[in-house]
Design a protein around this ligand. Structure first.
Ligand code: HEM
Length: 366
C-alpha cells in the first residue's frame, strides 16, 4: 500500500469510508496540517457522539489549547521524572506478588496493573476500582468501533454514574490530585464545562488503560522474537531508553491515529479531498517505512534517536509520552533483572491479538 497507493480511499472495518495515509512523509504531513481537523460535529451537524468525547484529542484550536493546558502541568518531564522511585516500587511490588510462582500472565499480572495504578494515583481515583475501569474503558473503545451492544451501553451508563458520584465527592472535599484540579477549573466557569470535565477525565483514564500496557506487552514480545537483542539489553540495561523507542517504532501500541476530517475541499498528494472527508493515518505503517528507517522490519535497540510517530505529531502529540516512556523503561528493565530466564509458554504466532482498529496489543502473554 505504501508503494502502490500511499493515499487511498478505503472502507474501514466500521463501515465508514475514508482516506488512509501510510507513508512516513505523508503521515507526518497530515498530522501537522491544520486543514485536517478533529471536531467532526461541524460536518455532521450534531452534538458530539458521546458524552466522553469533549476533550483535547477531539478538539481543534482554540478549545484544544485550553483543554490541554488544564492537564499539561501534570505531565511535564520534570514532574514525571519525580515519579521514578515510586513507579519502581510499584513494578517491584507487582513482581514480588508473582515471584515463587512458576507462571505469570505478563499482561494481567504486570503490564496492565502498573500503568493503571500510576494513572489512578495521578487522577486520585481508588486503585481498588481498577477492575471496573478496565471493563468500562474497554467498552468505550468498543463504542468508538461502533459496536454498541447492550453490555457496552450498560457499562457506559455505570461509568457515567461512577464519575458523577466521584465528582460530587471531590467538589465537597478536593484533594491534591488531577480530578480535583479539573473540578476547581470547572467551578471557575469559563475554563471547563461539565461535559468537558467528563471528556477530559475519561480520556485520561482510557489513555492510561489502553496504551502503556501494550508498550510493555508488545515490547516484551519483540525481545522474545529477537533473543540476541534481549541478551544485549540484559547485559547493558543502560540501553533501555533506545530500546523503548525501538519498541514504540517496531510494534507501536496505537496502530492508527484517531479520525481527522478535511476542513475544506483540498488537494493532498494529487488526490482531491472533499470538505468533511475522513482521514486516518496508519502510524505503525509509517513507522516501518523503508524511505525513513533502514531495515524497518528489523528490531534493533541500538538505532539511536528515532523520529517514530508512535506518539503522533503536531498539536495532538501524546501528552502522556514522558510518563509512558518512564513506565516502559522501568517495567521492561525490572522484568529482565528480576526474571532473567523468563520464557513464553507456547508460540508467539499463537497469541491472540485484541480486536479493533486503534489499539494494538495481545490479550495475554503467558
Ligand atoms: C494522544 C499514543 C500513553 C494521554 C496520543 C496520540 C497518540 C498517542 C498516537 C495522538 C493521536 C492522534 O493524533 O490521533 C500513545 C502511546 C502511549 C500513550 C503509544 C503509550 C505507550 C498515554 C498516557 C497518557 C496519554 C499514559 C496519559 C495518561 C494522551 C492524551 C492525548 C494523547 C491526553 C491527546 C493529546 C492532544 O490531543 O493534545 N497518544 N499514548 N497517552 N495521549 Fe497518548
Amino acid at each position: 500500500l505504501r508503494q502502490s497507493d500511499p493515499v487511498v480511499k478505503v472502507m474501514l472495518p466500521n463501515g465508514q469510508t475514508g482516506w488512509l495515509i501510510s507513508t512516513y512523509e505523508d503521515a507526518a504531513a497530515v498530522l501537522k496540517d491544520p486543514r485536517f481537523i478533529k471536531d467532526m460535529t461541524k460536518f455532521v451537524g450534531q452534538e458530539h457522539p458521546s458524552v466522553f468525547s469533549k476533550n483535547m484529542l477531539f478538539s481543534d484550536p482554540p478549545d484544544h489549547k485550553r483543554l490541554r493546558g488544564l492537564v499539561q502541568k501534570g505531565f511535564t518531564p520534570q514532574r514525571i521524572e519525580s515519579m521514578r522511585d515510586h513507579i519502581q516500587e510499584i513494578a517491584d511490588r507487582l513482581l514480588d506478588a508473582v515471584s515463587g510462582k512458576d507462571r505469570l500472565n505478563l499482561i494481567d499480572d504486570y503490564a496492565f496493573p502498573l500503568p493503571i495504578i500510576v494513572i489512578s494515583e495521578i487522577l486520585g481515583v481508588p486503585t481498588e476500582d481498577q477492575d471496573k475501569f478496565r471493563v468500562w474503558s474497554n467498552s468505550i473503545i468498543e463504542a468508538s468501533n461502533q459496536k454498541m451492544g447492550e453490555d457496552v451501553t450498560r457499562h457506559m451508563n455505570e461509568f457515567i454514574a461512577y464519575l458523577k458520584e466521584w465528582f460530587a465527592k471531590v467538589r465537597e472535599q478536593p484533594g491534591d490530585d488531577m480530578i480535583s484540579e479539573l473540578v476547581i477549573a470547572e467551578n471557575q466557569g469559563d475554563r471547563l464545562t461539565e461535559e468537558e470535565l467528563y471528556g477530559v477525565v475519561t480520556l485520561m483514564i482510557i489513555a492510561g488503560h489502553e496504551t502503556t500496557v501494550n508498550l510493555i506487552g508488545n515490547g516484551v514480545l519483540a525481545l522474545l522474537e529477537y533473543p540476541e537483542q534481549r541478551k544485549l539489553l540484559q547485559d547493558r540495561p543502560e540501553l533501555i531508553q533506545g530500546a523503548v523507542e525501538e519498541m514504540l517504532r517496531y510494534n507501536g501500541p496505537v496502530e492508527f491515529s484517531t479520525s481527522r476530517w478535511a476542513s475544506e475541499d483540498l488537494e493532498f498528494r494529487g488526490q482531491l479531498f472533499q470538505r468533511g472527508d475522513l482521514v486516518i493515518v496508519a502510524l505503525d505503517a509509517a513507522n516501518r517505512d523503508p524511505a525513513q528507517f533502514e531495515d524497518p522490519d528489523l528490531f534493533d535497540i541500538t538505532r539511536g534517536k528515532s523520529p517514530h510517530l508512535a506518539f503522533g505529531k503536531g498539536i495532538h502529540l501524546c501528552l502522556g509520552a514522558p510518563l509512558a516512556r518512564l513506565e516502559g523503561e522501568i517495567a521492561v528493565n525490572t522484568l529482565l533483572r528480576r526474571f532473567p530466564d523468563f520464557a513464553l509458554e507456547g508460540e508467539i504466532g499463537d497469541l491472540e491479538w485484541r480486536p479493533g482498529m486503534i489499539v494494538r496489543g495481545v490479550k495475554e502473554i503467558p
